[in-house]
Design a protein around this ligand. Structure first.
Ligand code: PAF
Length: 278
């Protein structure tokens, strides 16, 4: 497996490869990322992973500085599942000049975007740049970052990028906690509490499946349940899978999304469901 740090060298290495499969990451890889790299191998070859902690998507006071940089260990894990190439640029290579273009839809200001202004602008910018550098045919993103996945699919569609976005299922620990690089920030007590986020989504889904019609009440009850156990809740929201907006009347393909903080750690999760309406 080659590890490349410069755009010029990467372009030379990938010239004439029409079926490249790409997994963008910020490193500190866990089993969820490795599942994405494994999935990429089924989509196309060569498989390229990028490792870049993107300063543009972190707000003031967020964890950019303390975000773990674990390049050697990440490369070992990627090599073990047959990744062909790792692109690990430095910040000056990715951003030789300030980024000034705005590339996000209004949805970028909702849900996680409401709490993290500029976050999705930073994500969309770096992903668009990485797409132009790598020029993949396929790109794999995890469904845990559901809003990110939705926004990036819109980016590809609306800018006619010749890239197929492949969804990666969320990988969970045995107790249900979605794997995330940020789980490593949790204290042992917080780690024991963390599975409640997904459990609460499951309870909300059960209410929807049982036909409870008041979505606002279901969201509020989920938020209260988390707050009662010490979480600071950013949002619990029932949305349309297709638009990520509040569901239209009669819409059945739904997703419940949540973001909440345990101590200093912000966790997100989501659960898709299909209502059986006749
Ligand atoms: O999901 C992530 O790890 C990041 O947001 C991404 C897509 C690699 C962009 O920096």
């Amino acid at each position: 497996m080659r590890v490349i740090h410069s755009v010029t060298e990467l372009r030379a290495a990938l010239r004439g490869e029409p079926e490249t499969a790409f997994v963008p990451t910020m490193g500190n890889l866990h089993a969820g990322h490795i599942a994405l790299a494994t999935q990429a191998k089924q989509a196309g070859r060569p498989v390229v992973a990028s490792i870049f902690v993107n300063p543009l998507q972190f707000g003031a006071g967020e964890d950019f500085e303390r975000y773990p940089r674990t390049l050697a260990a990440d490369c070992e894990k990627l090599a073990a599942v047959g990744t062909d190439l790792v692109f690990a640029p430095g910040a000056a290579e990715m951003y030789p000049e300030p980024q000034t273009f705005q590339v996000v839809p209004p949805l970028a200001g909702e849900l996680c975007g409401a709490q993290r202004p500029g976050h999705f602008q930073g994500v969309a910018t770096v992903v668009l740049k990485l797409f132009n550098i790598v020029q993949p045919r396929y790109a794999v993103f995890g469904k845990k970052d559901y809003q990110q996945l939705h926004i990036l699919k819109g980016l590809v569609r609306q800018f006619n990028l010749p890239i197929e976005i492949v969804d990666g299922e969320t990988v969970r620990a045995e107790d249900g906690l979605a794997l995330s690089s940020r789980n490593g920030y949790l204290s042992p007590a917080e780690r024991a509490e963390a599975p409640r986020l997904y459990a609460t989504l499951q309870q909300a889904a059960a209410k929807l499946m049982a036909g409870e019609p008041d979505f606002d009440a279901i969201e509020a009850e989920a938020g209260t349940e988390l707050a009662r156990h010490g979480w600071a809740v950013d949002y619990v929201s029932i949305r349309s899978q297709a638009t990520l907006l509040p569901p239209a009347t009669g819409e059945t393909a739904l997703v419940i999304l949540a973001a909440a903080r345990l101590g200093g750690t912000r966790l997100i999760d989501n659960l898709e469901l299909a209502l059986n309406r006749v």
